[in-house]
Design a protein around this ligand. Structure first.
Ligand SMILES: *Cc1c(COP(=O)(O)O)cnc(C)c1O
Length: 340
């Protein structure tokens, strides 16, 4: 589209941007593709990962509304909740997290992301998976109790995957335009961008951004939970809301533009199969890159399997987005170690 009319919502700088892009030489050779990785795990040290790009927009809105406390939610080892807790501390905000666990009276050990949540001063409210399904009620309850004590709460949805949060990855596509122009083959050579989808905001931003900036790329997401239909709807909804809310002049169709590769959820969300963890170790050894067990490992595993079935299914050039998650490795240390 003509980007003259495009205006980004207010943003605060929290992430280390632009992130580098680098070749994965040895795995690329093995898979017979030009394989690159966009290092969005390098958006920060403790802030590592994709969520902080979305939070740059969402927290700018929280500050504009004079909020003093942010409330958000996720799984027990949520990277999004950890990034929110740390960003809140950086901005002098309080943070309350609704975290999912089978038995709230016996919450998981303080390790990985939970350790960082606690150290950053977040209040944690443990809720069951059933309660998580109706989490809006819990958001309302927490917001009401904060208001009753004179605080100004601001609610952030799961993964900061809202129309506003999607701007984080629209902005990332602006970076990718430049990254791709500087790769061998330049911008004229098509590429496929592959990412892990968990709550859909990253995929939505990439899809919108690719259209806004006329990127010569296919955006393909591998789902790590639920199924293809769920994500076509979740991502389609975010894209359509962003287009409407911000008057983005692009032609979008969820059935045509949301490309999901289903079939790699494996044992379920945040549960790993040995073959996935073996790939995690292989990537660490071959490239010195650490994927996480919950998202990037599953997406990369899915990509590798698809390439095994059809070596040209993504064309010659692939950019895999490393969306972070390193702290999710540590709670899996025993499982990973058993495969070394
Ligand atoms: C949240 C997350 C994702 C998925 O991004 P969504 O925008 O929620 O789809 C991928 N990788 C990592 C490491 C994440 O923490």
């Amino acid at each position: 589209m003509n980007t003259c009319s495009l205006s980004f919502p207010p943003q605060i700088n929290l992430a280390r941007l632009p992130t580098p892009i680098q070749p994965m030489r040895r795995l690329g050779e093995k898979l017979a593709v030009d394989l690159y990785v966009k290092r969005d795990d390098l958006t920060g040290a403790a802030l590592s990962g994709n969520k902080i790009r979305k939070l740059e927009f969402v927290l700018a809105d929280a500050l504009a509304q004079n909020a003093d406390t942010v409330i958000t939610c996720g799984g027990a080892q949520s990277n999004h909740c950890r990034a929110t807790a740390i960003a809140a501390a950086m901005l002098g905000l309080n943070c309350r997290l609704l975290l999912r666990t089978p038995d709230p009276s016996n919450p998981p050990p303080v390790e990985g992301n939970i350790l960082l949540d606690r150290m950053a001063g977040a209040d944690i409210v443990w809720i069951t998976p059933q309660e998580y399904q109706v989490r809006d009620e819990f958001f309302e309850r927490e917001a009401a109790s904060l208001k009753a004590s004179g605080r100004k709460p601001y609610m952030i949805p799961e993964g900061a995957s809202s129309a506003l949060g999607a701007w984080g990855y629209i902005r990332a596509v602006e970076e990718l335009v430049n990254d791709i122009a500087n790769l061998p083959g330049g911008a004229n050579q098509a590429c496929t961008i592959i990412n892990a989808a968990g709550s859909g905001g990253t995929s939505a931003g990439l899809i919108l951004g690719a259209k806004i900036f006329d990127l010569n790329a296919r955006i393909v997401s591998v789902n790590v939970c639920d199924d293809r239909e769920y994500f076509v709807n979740a991502i389609g909804n975010i894209c359509e809301k962003a287009i409407a809310d911000y008057g983005i002049e692009i032609d979008f169709s969820r059935d045509r533009d949301v490309e999901i590769i289903d079939g790699y959820v494996g044992r379920g969300y945040a549960l790993s199969r040995p073959e996935e963890l073996e790939l995690l170790n292989e990537v660490a050894r071959a490239e010195g890159i650490f994927f996480d067990p919950v998202y990037t490992c599953k997406a990369f595993y899915g990509m590798v399997q698809e390439l095994k079935n059809n070596p040209r299914c993504f064309g010659e050039r692939i950019i895999f987005i490393h969306t972070g998650g390193i702290f999710g490795l540590f709670p899996k240390a025993v499982e990973i170690e058993s495969l070394l």
